[in-house]
Design a protein around this ligand. Structure first.
Ligand code: C5P
Ligand code: MG
Length: 263
């Protein structure tokens, strides 16, 4: 498969939270896009308290090894619905997002900057496909200097009023289990991939394996899965759905070495 991928032009599709971003650093959990806002001192206490309560209620359902995706989806929709209503109540200003990101403990997986630089200099299109929040994610990519012109972000983006106050979300919701071409509202990304049918896909959720649905005539998709949580209970399913499964690996070493092999 590697030989096939190397033989023609390629593209990368990566999930964001817990895939490009680290799970933990120095023994402490790192924040996700939602976590950045959920724990930000710039958000009102009622929001932080309720967001963390909802995370405690719904995250165990998201990663429950015994429930099917169909069983989980209604709960995930409930979670997003509640959190989105809460964010709108907070009247978040567009200008505060950069400060929220700088004050957070979000970190990219070790070696992500090197990999992204390599993909930029070799002109490889990168789709960052996230069920998190696009406005925050973009700030994180900018913060770490990896938001280059070969990178396209597909995610849930905020709608602002004319004073730059967040008043809602654009487009349909992208959640962790509907990551396929239907969730990609601006489909020019797939046009860019025409002729680039060999894809490296990276994700940490089983739902991420669908991110390449929509790639024109895929000939080869190498799926790298980061298994971060509930390892024993989920390993078998991850082995079935990803080509490579990395357990508690906080680096980009495997993806980087594959990209190096293609040079
Ligand atoms: O970038 P990615 O698609 O991984 O972002 C989705 C992640 O965001 C989910 O895996 C979920 O755990 C997290 N999330 C959250 N709070 C929410 C909704 C999603 O932390 N309200
Ligand atoms: Mg993720």
């Amino acid at each position: 498969m590697l030989k096939d991928i190397a033989a023609t032009a390629h593209g990368v599709i990566a999930d964001f939270d817990r895939t490009l971003s680290r799970v933990w650093h120095n023994g402490k959990m790192c924040e996700t896009c939602h976590g950045i806002m959920d724990n930000s001192a710039l958000m009102p206490p009622f929001y932080r308290q309720e967001a963390n309560r909802l995370l405690g209620k719904y995250y165990p359902i998201e990663i429950d090894p015994k429930m099917t995706e169909e069983e989980k989806i209604p709960y995930m929709l409930e979670w997003y619905g509640q959190i989105h209503n809460l964010i709108v109540k907070c009247r978040v200003s567009q200008g505060s997002l950069e400060d929220m990101v700088s004050a957070s403990n979000v970190k990219l997986r070790e070696g992500t900057e090197k990999l992204m630089n390599e993909l930029h200099t070799t002109n490889v299109p990168v789709l960052v496909f996230s069920a998190g929040m696009g406005d925050i994610l973009e700030q994180v990519l900018k913060h770490f200097n990896v938001y280059t012109n070969n990178v396209k972000v597909v995610s849930n983006f905020f709608r602002y009023d004319d004073k730059g106050v967040m008043v809602g979300f654009k487009d349909d919701l992208i959640h962790m289990f509907n990551k396929n071409e239907n969730a990609i509202h601006s489909s020019d990304y797939f046009d860019k991939l025409r002729g680039r049918n060999n894809i490296i896909l990276m994700g940490d959720s089983l739902g991420d394996t669908k991110m390449a649905v929509g790639v024109p005539q895929p000939s080869c998709i190498l799926k790298i899965g980061f298994l971060n949580d509930k390892v024993e209970e989920r390993l078998e399913k991850y082995m079935k759905n990803f080509d490579i499964v990395l357990i508690d690996d906080q680096t980009m070493d495997v993806a980087s070495s594959i990209v190096d092999l293609m040079k």
